[in-house]
Design a protein around this ligand. Sequence first.
Ligand code: ADP
Ligand code: ZN
Length: 737
Amino acid sequence: LADTHDDQDGPGWFDEGALVAVLTAQPLDRTLDYRAPEGGCAAGAFVEVPLGPRRVLGVVWGPGLGDFDAAKVRSVHKVLDVPPMTEEMRIFLGRAADYTLTPLPAMLRLATRAPGLGDGPAMRRVFARGLAEPDRMTDARARVLDVLDEQEDAVFTQKELADLAGVSGGVVKGLAAQGVIEERAAPRDLPFPQLDPDLPGKALTDDQAAAAGTLAEGVAARSYATTMLRGVTGSGKTEVYLEAVAACLRAGRQALVLLPEIALTAEFLDRVEQRFGARPAEWHSGVTMTERRRVWRMIGQGNAQLVVGARSALFLPYRDLGLIVVDEEHDTSYKQEDGVLYSARDMAVLRAAIAGAQVVLASATPSLETWANVEAGKYRALSLTSRFGPARMPEMRAIDMRSEDLPGGRWISPSLKAEVEARLERGEQSLLFLNRRGYAPVTICRACGHQVGCDHCDARMVEHRFLKRLVCHQCGETKPVPEVCPACEVEGKLAAVGPGVERMGEEAAAVFPDARVEVLSSDMYSSARALKARIAAIAEGEADIVIGTQLVAKGHNFPKLTLVGVIDADLGLQGSDLRAAERTFQLMRQVAGRAGRAEAPGTALLQTFQPEHPVIRAIVAGDEDGFWSAEAAERRAAGVPPYGRMAGIVLSAPDVQAVFDLGADMARRDGPLRRIGAQLFGPAPAPIARIRGRHRVRLLVKADKAAPLQAALSDWLRQFRWKGDIRVSVDIDPQSF
Ligand code: ADP
Ligand code: ZN
């Protein structure tokens, strides 16, 4: 892999004493000038610089600006022993900052989130089992060896090993001196095993091979293109993009596969291992700190060929990225909703365009954004037409709840019940899908009508019987279910209203007394790992009826599952969110795709009170194109994304008057926005008007597709000072509008 940082004569090199601009992750609105240290430094070098009394991490961004008092400019303290940030990465961070209107330091923070980045290469003493036998076996020595034998792949520092074995450090040292145990490289410096792109893969069908070939050519040509890879679940999309990964490995370039966090299953990693003979590097919230440090360093050295990760893996220091796959590209979790608000899909495209890399956006139900880009000729489209093998898309039917005979407080209709019973008799699995965590969405007082809400948010508290508490899904606050109504103080009248998955579990257990019923919800598991393990066990057949939220809608194969019952297909169609129809359509198709993956064909039943609703009709008819053209026409007429541009500006503060006053002032001074013909709406209460005690007000800006929205926004925002406790966040292309 190309490495230019040793080129000490090139334009990217600064000799000792030269002025350099250093970007730090500190909240400053500019780079700071320093002098290059003894030995000089390269553009992009990771450095430690003095800032006031502290030393902070920074990156040499370019030549110094020279606008400080030259006598006061301090020197770079030291250059860290990691490869410099590539120019491509610096350009990427700069453009990503411009696109999302995020200050560059906040962008840099995303790119330097490796723990202990500044620690240098110092090795920990790490011990693994050597070959020699000890001259004499003692109890203490045996305990040390037991620890090592029990955890074959693990490596320990001397102290960890002694602590685990309950012996003194001397025992460990003694064994090391005899060569019974030996020092190995610390894991962070262990390269990843080589992946072999030439192991035999599956024999691809014609349309799979054609799709894979197109992608492979692009990777080899080092050219940028984005491809929508569309095909129903099970059509072989993964098989196709793994071929593109193989092409990338052969070309000696790095590949990144992004998955929604929850879809990062052992199943997928096993599949990579089968195809390439070794496991890829992983990057997501479940990866340990030591491992993250290793992954970050190895990617930077070009010693990790394939990374499988969640959206933040886009900000890792690849040397030569040739392919980015965004699997399940429509998934809403790709939009970061905290801190820097970015869409991983957009950032993947941006990064690839700079790197000369291929992007694959894979989905059974692509987003309207992606469709529009295909339509506009910006993205290529590849389709896999049929499901691989015998499995087919399930048969879909609506159950008209208006004509079902069902007592109040019950949600499993007689029609659905009959279908589940048929599955039970055949030993097949059923999934009852409800996208609502907890026991019941509303806790209401039957005496006065009061609904129990969160004290800090404008949201209802949701009863979770499993946790025996009421939970706010906005801020996580919990409290015991009160015995007395907080409003009218009448006792014993609080009632749970509406269905949540926990309550569906109760109903299913009552309706199907002989079945193994299992509720699958994230808050019942202590960790993502435990949840995934349970999902895998269920896929093996450890339950007859699974009740789940959108968790189960993605990621896993359930070969014995032949029926999906959607408890409330109308749920996502309510509310004022313009993307609601799109989301419902995708979710329903995704859920339905869980049924009938293996030999047995599946059935999906949608319980609805509005079977004539266009979205429900399109789902039942399997009319994807029909749905999208109707949806596209509506959005185009309204001038909203993807046919127009929007930004949401949310102001928040504990003081409601302060945010409204500022919002009104901003709305008055909208000259820069008017100059590009943009419209401004608001200030109005944000969709959730209060979170964690902060009042939230939103302004919406809507502009033409071609208008320079970001430039106008920053001119506009520059006019205001955020005083006191006010926070401002800018969301380009917000999820809801
Ligand atoms: P998708 O990603 O579209 O859901 P997958 O790539 O996971 O589809 O394929 C579904 C299943 O079919 C997997 O078990 C996969 O190994 C298998 N499969 C796909 N294509 C082929 C093929 N050409 N030959 C054999 N098995 C295949
Ligand atoms: Zn709350």
